[in-house]
Ligand binder design. Structure first.
Ligand code: SF4
Length: 176
């Protein structure tokens, strides 16, 4: 897989403060796409094992509550294997997955189904310029939807984050 960018303090592509991975390559080519520089599968940089380690270490901060994966198209055949592997290894954070495939279409493909089931939120559907709506949160056009696909994981992550924060403050108070 190749990627366009990793943002270590992202405040726009999900709730709270997160890390955002923009993968490289998209077949959809929606008119007036917000990020057409990510269309070319040979652009960007190679996503190596070291890149993955760096990405996962960025998640290991008390103020980071999510990993957002967007692009480009994370669920393109060229990207999906690495994206699933990242999702499996990203512990303790919510995962916001943006895809041009509709949710129903994802369910009809074994790998894409696996990916949406690993996500906490899925924002689905291609961007349709005629349906552009600037008032929508986390979406560009009104055909796109936000689905919470994993409420249990979300609640577990939130509880763990709160416990970690409490422990951190206790340690600070105790001077350790
Ligand atoms: S699916 Fe997303 S990245 Fe791909 S062309 Fe459409 S808006 Fe751009």
């Amino acid at each position: 897989m190749r990627y366009a960018q990793i943002r270590d303090m992202d405040i726009t592509n999900g709730e709270g403060i997160g890390v955002a991975l923009f993968v490289q390559g998209c077949h959809f080519r929606c008119r007036n796409c917000f990020n057409s520089s990510t269309w070319d599968f040979s652009g960007g940089q190679e996503f190596t094992d070291e890149t993955k380690e760096r990405l996962l270490s960025l998640l290991d901060k008390p103020y980071i509550s999510r990993l957002s994966i967007l692009g480009g198209e994370p669920l393109a055949d060229e990207n999906i294997k690495d994206v699933i592997s990242i999702m499996r290894e990203a512990k303790g954070v919510d995962i916001w997955l943006y895809t041009g495939y509709t949710y129903d279409k994802c369910l009809s493909d074994p790998q894409r189904k696996q990916a949406v089931q690993l996500a906490t939120y899925v924002i689905d559907g291609q961007y349709v310029d005629e349906l552009k709506d600037l008032t929508l949160k986390y979406r560009g056009s009104s055909n796109q939807t936000i689905r919470m696909t994993n409420e249990t994981n979300r609640m577990t992550n939130e509880t763990n984050r709160m416990t970690n924060e409490t422990n951190r403050r206790t340690n600070e108070t105790n001077g350790s």
